[in-house]
Design a protein around this ligand. Sequence first.
Ligand code: PIR
Ligand code: CA
Length: 347
Amino acid sequence: MTNASPARKIILDCDPGHDDAIAILLAAGSPAIDLLAITTVAGNHSLDNVTRNAQAVCQIAGIDVPIAQGADRPLVTPQIVSEDIHGNSGMDGPVLPEVTGQLDARHAVDLIIDTVMAHEPGTVTLVPTGPLTNIALAMRKAPEIVDRVRQVVLMGGSYTRGNVTPAAEYNIYVDPEAAEVVFRGAWEVVMVGLDLTHQALATDALQQRVRQAGEEAGERGREVAQFMLDIWEFFGKTYREVFDFEAPPVHDACCVAMLIDPDLVRTERAHVSVELHGEWTKGQTVVNFETKPGMRHSTGVAERMSDLRTLVATELNWERFAALVVESVRQLGDGNTGAGHDPEPRS
Ligand code: PIR
Ligand code: CA
């Protein structure tokens, strides 16, 4: 990897979560990413659990970034958790260390706002990989961030099928009102939905390569690799049993991966609205790829037909994705957990 372009500054707003954990590792382990902060939101499990899980992941990998906890429930919709998929802790499988680090004293919303405002306009990218509650609250508390943020690259939604209902993807379903606020914001949103993330499978072949990279990387690398393998063992089992998948999808890591390597994901412009009141479709992302005259967007704003502000991810280059995951193990194993570090040349 070359350092031709400066590292992409991101805030990861997450609910770890097996795949959120991999997203954290990928972000910290890439010289192309400057991980400014991690914020947490109730989603896969309670706020307490997902925050502790985020801290544990950072501890295991030696990642030192501010972590702040945010919303403990959705804006309007009653809270749900996904214990059936992620277990009692929200991240069952790996044995987690006792957390010793301190949280940032600020609310996640304030850490997001402060961080965006502290950097040059157009330089900070938000990467939400849980329900969008914190992001919507930050927009309402400090509307000036909307102009200032470079992009919002979120894991959520789908234009084909759901994973919590036939129509809805989990992150959007948990807090549809927050999601609608985010999609309506006057910023560029990249929707990395199930259509894309179900292509990002941690196959046996990838797991084998991660194990190998860990063995070559020394103590820390071995620990990071083992953590990833424990994550996928648990997630793989639930995905086999619940969804009949051959391997677990690494949903959230796709957002980070496409920021590291823009050619890794194909996107198409679309207009996205969130179904808030459907009898069977609550939480569905209604994705309109069409610009034909006479067709109206789901929001009914006919005059904005050409306003296809959202980039919807459609196709993943799996091989390049896998290579990034493997490389992050090497980097973390070498103690490279910050931005812009020069990767050791490897032949
Ligand atoms: C994954 C998630 C929730 C439910 C299931 N079945 C699988 C979490 C992941 O962390 C990801 O961010 C998103 N929500 C995928 O729907
Ligand atoms: Ca998540």
